[in-house]
Write a protein that binds this ligand. Structure first.
Ligand code: NCD
Ligand code: ZN
Ligand code: ZN
Length: 348
């Protein structure tokens, strides 16, 4: 049987939620990844180091027995995040970045930043302390076409920010367009991007294949085929500025299958398997390890993992749903067959 053994990978963009939802999804990630950057968009959001420490303790308490998984915490920036809070975050050793949600851009972003210029001293402190800024990169104006919001964000927010704060380390999260891939490739030092499995494997046609597909609706929304191809080229390029971030974003079935459904694709149940599918289709399986296990750690200044993870070429069927507290969650590819299967994690 064909096997693929990698250094244990990390997920550099993940939503774990809290409470019963956290308990329902965490094992999927911990079975595959050694560490994950945990997004702070809870309700209420994780805006302080103290709240991040409490959330981290709840994640650790929810781990399955024997799991070895380290949550890397983030703070949710608001218009009122102070430079002093950045100092506490860095000193804590548990916070590895601060997340910029433009107010109104995505799930639970209502408390996000309304104008980045309110935050100059806060961002300057982040630059000084080497704490990365993670960015949901879309403008929020309803006047801007939803397929153009990422590109518009680059021109009006991200490029000016990168120039104004030349030492700020920035992760452009879940990039979805050729414009974003090219911006990151050509940007100054200290700028990187995460890429999700759905944006590597699907274009926007998937949202409407045979009918509307709410479980494939995420933000930023799937884009055109030339964008998907550009992202795939970036992911397999061996350029260390691009690394794995699933953006696995669980929502209960009833919150997706409704008149106004939530944004987010759930992929944690098969995250690495899906990336393997994308890399294999591109003839680039040997490039998966660095994308999944090396480049993100290097960018964040963390040691690479020492254990291994093995996938095997074997068919398995994704369940129709998984329990999710009192509800269920519909995973990406529910009821379909995947060609890569998780085999084991190796000891260090
Ligand atoms: C994310 C979520 O559900 O928290 N949803 C999504 O569609 N990606 C939020 C985000 O990452 O923008
Ligand atoms: Zn986002
Ligand atoms: Zn996300």
């Amino acid at each position: 049987m064909t096997q693929l053994t990698l250094t244990r990978p990390d997920d550099w963009h993940l939503h774990l939620r809290d409470g019963a939802a956290l308990a329902a999804v965490l094992a999927h990630t911990a079975a595959r990844f050694a560490r994950a950057i945990v997004m702070p968009n809870l309700v209420p959001p994780v805006t302080t180091t103290a709240a991040a420490a409490d959330y981290r303790a709840r994640i650790v308490a929810a781990l399955p027995p024997g799991a070895r998984f380290e949550p890397l915490m983030t703070l949710y920036l608001t218009d009122h995040t102070t430079a002093a809070e950045i100092g506490r975050a860095k000193a804590s050793g548990i916070v590895h970045g601060c997340k910029l949600y433009p107010a109104g851009a995505t799930t639970h972003s209502q408390a996000g930043v309304t104008d980045l210029r309110h935050l100059d001293t806060t961002l300057e402190r982040m630059a000084e302390l080497g704490l990365p800024l993670q960015v949901h990169g879309e403008v929020t104006s309803p006047d801007v076409d939803i397929f153009d919001r990422e590109a518009r964000f680059i021109d009006t927010v991200l490029a000016p920010l990168a120039a104004r704060m030349p030492r700020l380390r920035i992760v452009f999260e879940h990039i979805t367009t050729r414009a974003a891939a090219e911006f990151v490739r050509d940007a100054r030092e200290g700028i990187a991007a995460t890429i999700t499995p759905q944006h590597l494997l699907l274009n926007r046609n998937a949202l409407f294949a045979g009918g509307i597909r709410p479980h494939l609706y995420c933000l930023p929304v799937l884009k055109r085929e030339p964008d998907r191809r550009a992202l795939l080229e970036a992911a397999i390029s061996g350029n260390p500025r691009y690394f794995l971030g699933t953006d696995s974003a669980p929502h209960a079935r009833h919150a997706k299958e409704t008149a106004c459904g939530c944004a987010g694709v759930y992929s944690a149940h098969a995250a690495l398997e899906l990336y393997a599918e994308a890399f294999e289709a591109a003839g680039a399986l040997p490039r998966l390890e660095a994308f999944a296990a090396h480049f993100g750690a290097d960018f964040y200044g963390l040691p690479r993992n020492t254990g291994t993870l093995t996938l095997e070429k074997a068919d398995w069927t994704v369940p129709a749903d998984y329990p999710f507290g009192d509800a269920t969650i519909v995973p990406w590819r529910a009821g379909e067959t995947l060609g890569w299967r998780l085999a084991r994690q190796g000891v260090e």
